[in-house]
Design a protein. Sequence first.
Length: 273
Amino acid sequence: MKRYAGILIACVMAMVLANCARNPYNAANKTYKRQAKNYGSTIRQQPATYRGADGLTPPYWVGTTNFNLRKPNLVIIHHTAQNSCEQTLKTFTMERTQVSAHYVICRDGMIHHMLNDYLRAWHGGLAKWGNITDINSSSIGIELDNNGQEPFSDTQINSLLVLLDTLKNRYNIPVNNFVGHGDIAPGRKVDPSAYFPWQQLAEKGFGGWFSDTTNAVVPDNFSNIQALRIIGYDVKDTTAAIAAFKRHFIPQDSTPGMTDASRKILWMLQSRY
């Protein structure tokens, strides 16, 4: 009897644990599946038939056999500016917020993949990088659980590096196309903050960086604004573009404008882009 009582207790405990582990985002997940199904139906639709200028209509539809899915070409890194990973997950599962990202990486390194990489997340907002103005249509958004006023944990960055390596190889994303929200939206966004280790990422092949500038000689005709534009920055607001550049590459330099040292770094970077 004791043996069977023990089994019964174990079964009850398993049921309790199963109930406790119930996914609190089941409702949001159902919405995800419904929307994904709707988009799948759209993709399966036969392309439309159009009438030409002289009223000609093709006698039959011809579908090409040469196509695949559009793939992302940029990775945009954010900090959440919230106080916990759970708070961010809730924000991204409430339709009224109208914001989302493909990935959320918690402080403990846990990676939440919230959206299929081929689908368009709402994370970039009004932004520009190079000639790309519809950032959300060509990028993957990664949110790091961080309030913007604290260093990023080693565990979190290590998880980020693993994820970036996967994305870079899966989609053949160029080295210089790993940037921050503050880079694509200077003056409007500052994330990830000056605490973010861009040099560490660059050393692993994710983003551009510069080498020793001691012997660098900047040409007399060098233009700061042109160089920023070549790298990818929107220079409509030059002050904001310079601030974004320095936050990414020279976070320890809080002086306004460009110094001789920062011009050397900018010159070296633009020659590599």
